[in-house]
Design a protein around this ligand. Sequence first.
Ligand code: UN1
Length: 507
Amino acid sequence: MSQQVSETHRHYIAGGFDDGDGDETFDSRNPATGESIATFRRGTESDIDRAVAAAEDSFEEWRALSHIQRAEYLWDIYHELRERTDELAEAVTKECGKEISEGRADVIEAYHMVEWAAGDARHPKGDVVPSEIPAKDAYMRRKPRGVVGCISPWNFPVAIPFWHMAVALVEGNTVVWKPAEQTPMCGQIIAEMFEDAGIPEGVFNMVQGFGDAGARIVDHEDVNGVLFTGSAEVGHEVAEKVAQQPGKLAACEMGGKNGIVVTEEADLDVAVHSAVMSSFKTTGQRCVSSERLIVHEDVYDEFKERYVEIAKEVSVGDPLDEGTFMGPAIEPEHVEKIQKYNDLAREEATEVLVDRTELDDSEIPDGHEDGNWVGPFVYEIEYDDEGEQRSIREEVFGPHVALMKYSGDIERAVDIHNDTPYGLAGAVISENYRQINYYRDHAEVGLAYGNLPCIGAEVQLPFGGVKKSGNGYPSAREVIEAVTERTAWTLNNSKDIEMAQGLSADI
Ligand code: UN1
């Protein structure tokens, strides 16, 4: 199905906007209205091949620049992101349905990442390492990997691409980026920024498209590293495929079934506030959103009453309206998935406490009848450690929350908290430092919070998970490990050859 495509909604390959080789197009849709926002070219495998070839061709010249010279381009992008924040935030909100202050935060997080990466260009690189031999100088030096493929999700359509690309570019790699198919307009605007910054031809390439284009990036023999953030299902496939290609590296970050522990010594204002933010912001569609609240029996009833009252009233509506707390789900298929999990939870729950699966007509703003609406769903469940309750172990990626009562000590709470295959984020709410420290040291997560929501990470901290949530850190400062190869460089300053470990140098 081919349509008339606007001149601007194309790929960006080898230094210019590009029509692509295929004639298929796709639409970006506003999840709050169901309306089409714009039409885009759908990238093919051969578009990816051309993008990779352009990235490969430009690599030697790009790596020959200094870190500081490469960072100059990123500073231009930083200024563009700041100047175009409102425009980009509106695009985020229109394409992914996040309420507008979240759209803005997405752009702010992106320029924080660019600021970090460009600033880091002036920091020391590598290490000077001692040697056993006085005349030997030893170093750990970093080299760019080459062409890095970036596959980013729709829920942070500006911040996460920059998590992937900012450090990769400053370190001397060239990139081929596939934005999520749900958020191509954000991809378009970011490509315009690279164009305006005058990034050298081929250093940055962007191909709009679906899973087939992403799979080509992963399989391509000239792509030396893959940064993936998205679902566990796709992430594990990416990791497996890359594991079969020696020399290539994948860093993936995938999903969570994040828990918050509220102990008997919690400040309940902090507990309720943190839980509401963690479970309902972005309609629960963050990898760090919390779908499990593990609450001590002594404070359970009060916590439940207060949390449930807010869950019943929290506003779901037009995300462009500053007063809205949560917007729609991303796609009709995603609403169906959330509904299915709500059905499953109805079977596993002891009681359903809030059921706004179907919103009341009066809650849906005029002109938004075709949006992908779904409200909070909260249920009480008696935790059982047999591992059979799927609703408390599988990620829903929606405003679907299990309330679980525990008795006993923090050790028991953390056991329940850790009983999921995932390990991305979590929080403990307590005024007792021993409980807090126990949680910090034993929670099986990459991002652990005390007396805070488990959303809202900052880019200067590592962002990644353990267990099924990740096999690397395709984000923030940790990207440096994924996009560089390490060389152990050792230099002899003497005419004699002297060996370490007492190894004889006699011939
Ligand atoms: C995600 O959860 O998909 O920590 C990314 C946060 C954001 C990033 C979330 N800075 O909430």
